[in-house]
Structures are given as C-alpha cells and as structure tokens.
Design a protein around this ligand. Structure first.
Ligand SMILES: [Zn+2]
Length: 460
C-alpha cells in the first residue's frame, strides 16, 4: 500500500509539472492509466489532473475565456494492476454534488462529463457499494481432507466437473431467434441466453417492437424454461437522465421477472452497443437494485462480418477449455443475408457438441451464479469413524437469487467398498451420485443446493 501511494504522488507531481509547462490546447494527461482530455481541442480552457487517492482523481478546470460548457473525456483503465472497478465509479463537483456522466452502453470506462465554463473541479472516484459484498474464502478452503479415512472432497470448478463453461447469447429479441436459433439449439440440447428488449413501441415510433410483435411466442419460450432471458433494456435506445435509465433497466428487469414468476430474479445485463446513457449514478446502483450482473464484456461477437467466425470459435473455445474458463459468445440475427448464416451457426454448434463432454453449456446467469456461489463457499470435514464422514458446506450467497446447484466431488478412500458408499443429507435422505474411475480411485459426484448444509458420506 505504501509503495502504491509513493508511486501515485510521483505521478501526480509529474502531471503538475507537465500541466504548468504545457500550452493551453489539447491537454491530455495520463495518471496511473487514467486519461483525461478536453473534447474540444480548440478550447482556451485548461485542465489539471491530480491523483487524490486510489480510484480518485481530481480534475481542476480553468475556463479562461471559454464561455461554453466544457466536455471532459475521462478514460479509466479496465485491465492490469491499475484497473478500476468501473461499475462503482461516479463523478462529483467540488461541493460533492453528483454530476451527470455520459457513457456508451458497452464502454462504461469512458466517461464524458460536462463542466460549467468556470474555475472549478470535477472529482471522478469509486463510491462504496450499497450491497455488502461477501468475504471470499481462499481456494484451499473449498478442498477438505479427512486425515482419519483419507477422504478428499472439493467443490468442482464447474457443474458436473466439466472443464470449462460456454454461454451462447442472442441480442435484441430478433424474430430469427424464435424461428431459427431456439429450434436449432433445441435439436442440439443447448441452452441459450436471450438478451431481450421487452419494451413496446416507443412514443415517437408507431412501429411495434420485435418483441411485442411476437410476445406470445416469447412467453411460450419462457414458460418451457429451456432457455434463459437476460436484460438488454426496454428499448435499446439508451437514456438521457437517471429517471430514463431507471425505467429502461428497471422495467426490463420487471418484464423478465413476470415471464419467470417462480424463478430467481438474477439476470445478465447488457446495455447494448451503440447506445448512450446519461446518469449521475453508478452502474452498480442499477445492478444491485434489479439483481443484475454486467455481462457485456469479454464476449466473442459471432457476426459473419467479423470474418473466420467458425475457426475463431474453435480456437478460442479450446483455449478456454485448456485454461478451465468461461467462454462467452454472442449472436445477433440468424439466417440468409443476416448477421450470421445458418450454416455458420450450425458449424459452431457442431464444434460445441464435439467438446460437450468437457463443457458446461448453460445460461449466463446459471454460470455466473455457480461461479459466485462457489467463490463464496467453503467445505469442511468432520470425521465420524473409519467408514463415515460428515461433509459441511458453508455458503454466503443469497439463496433466493443464487439457486444454481453446486457439484461436489469426493475421492473415496481406497479402504472403502466404493459401490457401497452412500451420500445422505441431514434428514437422512439419499442423494443421487455419479461415479467414475480415475487413476485407480473412485470419484463420486453429487449436486447440492448452494446453502449451508451437512452431508453424510459413508459405507452402508
Ligand atoms: Zn443489442
């Protein structure tokens, strides 16, 4: 920590020097990866940027002869050791009043802040999350060993001990999702994630939305429950202020909750490419309030226009399997003359099918839940004699939102008769298990609810 403070002071000092010697035009400063500049290169105004604390910069503004509001562009680093927690960033004036910030729907780290043409300051900083985040136990606490019997247990990295996860997303509730994507996914037995815009026609537009036009079909898809729906905002048109953003995000969340009345309210959010959002609030405010997680980043766009999509998918899927990671892809429209041809779509699904034994192909919320639940969880073993142990699972995620079962792996002690091992819950009810042989050992797998629980594993 001390080390970091010293660096930022040094950087701030360099910026002050630079600012004091630079010309008044086109000032661009860098500060531990933070870039700040005036949008108007010809403005007589000047800015000076200093680091106040970690994730807090002060932009001092001097308008000089400028009489128009000043547009200040701030870009925050999203990778590396200086990366900011982008969802928690907001801007304030020197009196601590929140400022409206304009951002692109899929570029939340690029802020455009309009300051009045006067001498003053803009503070860009992270704010405390409203929700208290669970403490994350280290990885070794998800592995438990009983020294008495030699039994080992762990929470599998992915469901059913698959090596990696794959989500296949479809944006904009396009009619070809109903006519092509869903029937084709069903023949493969894959679950897709459908980012819908459930809003009706916009006030300035007499046309009905694609979703509204086919509402009955979307409702039928929701009712069958084979696919997941996600929040792509009501109308895919951004928002000019807090109230509009609240409606665009919040009403879409409520529309999806209504389609899945018995299900967890947690869903993926993607504000949409090509949209602009103006809000004084953090993205985290909307995420927390509507039980959303940001799913816009790190996804491979599958539009044919990007070129070599099938080969790219194969290469990146294999890299994610090798590293045991979650691979995300997204489509727009499927069919002749549309963003992805049906042939290319099917070729990608064929590759996924080839790799299915190693892959957990699931909805984005399913995968996000598993990952979050697992990171919050711990396992412990209590010995109960030479042929029985009690396995204790501790979870801190909220069960009403996080309801994705976790898979437990047990390495059966060699001294036990593997075919007589049973798993029971606290009430004594037998839990279904699957077993496999690996390096002369028997591995047992079973699913558990992501909540505190006790499981008896023993020879019967
Ligand atoms: Zn979109």
């Amino acid at each position: 920590m001390r080390h970091f403070v010293r660096i930022s002071i040094a950087v701030a000092y360099a910026i002050v020097l630079f600012a004091s010697t630079t010309t008044r035009h086109g000032l661009a400063d860098e500060l531990a990866g933070v870039t700040v500049r005036l949008e108007d290169d010809n403005s007589p105004a000047t800015i000076r940027v200093t680091s106040v604390a970690r994730y807090k910069v002060k932009i001092s503004v001097d308008s000089h002869a400028e009489n128009k509001p000043l547009d200040i562009r701030v870009e925050l680093p999203i990778s590396g050791r200086d990366a900011w927690p982008i969802a928690n960033v907001a801007a304030f004036d020197s009196k601590g009043r929140p400022l409206a910030v304009r951002r692109g729907g899929i570029a939340w780290h690029r802020l455009l802040i309009t300051a009045p043409p006067e001498r003053g300051a803009v503070i860009v900083q992270t704010v405390q999350a409203t929700d208290d985040r669970p403490q994350l136990p280290p990885e070794k606490e998800r592995l438990a060993t009983d020294s008495n019997t030699g039994l080992n247990a762990t929470i599998c990295k992915w469901r059913n001990d698959r090596r990696a996860a794959l989500s296949i997303r479809f944006d904009d509730s396009h009619p070809t999702h109903l006519s092509k994507a869903i029937p084709i996914l069903n023949t493969y037995g894959f679950r897709g994630t459908f980012m819908v815009n459930p809003g009706g026609h916009s006030p300035n537009n007499r046309q009905r939305s694609a979703f509204e036009e086919h509402r009955a079909k979307w409702e039928a898809v929701a009712k069958r429950g084979r696919h997941e729906f996600a929040n792509h905002t009501m109308h895919h048109r951004g928002a000019k202020n807090d109230e509009e953003m609240e409606r665009e995000v919040g009403d879409a969340a409520k529309a999806i909750w209504k389609l899945f009345p018995q299900k967890s309210k947690l869903a993926a959010l993607n504000l949409g490419g090509g949209t602009q959002w103006v809000t004084t609030r953090t993205l985290q405010y909307y995420l927390d309030k509507y039980h959303l997680f940001d799913a816009s980043a790190n996804s491979t766009g599958m539009d044919d226009a990007y070129g070599k999509r099938v080969a790219t998918f194969r290469r990146l899927l294999e890299a994610h399997i090798d590293r045991g990671l979650w691979y995300k892809v997204h489509y727009h429209y499927i069919g002749k003359g549309l963003s992805s041809s049906e042939a290319n779509f099917r070729a990608v699904l064929d590759i996924a099918k080839e790799n299915e034994p190693q892959l957990w192909i699931a909805g984005m919320a399913d995968i996000h839940k598993y990952q979050t639940e697992r990171r919050s969880a711990r396992l412990a073993i209590e010995n109960d004699g030479s042929s029985r142990v009690n396995l204790r699972l501790f979870c801190t995620t909220k069960p009403e939102l996080y309801d994705q079962p976790l898979t437990i792996e047990v390495v059966v002690p060699k001294s036990w008769l593997a075919n007589r091992v049973m798993v029971r819950n606290l009430e004594g009810k037998a839990i279904a298990t699957q077993s496999k042989q690996s390096n002369g050992q028997t591995l047992l797998y079973f699913d558990v609810a992501p909540r505190n629980g006790l499981y008896r594993v023993g020879v019967e």
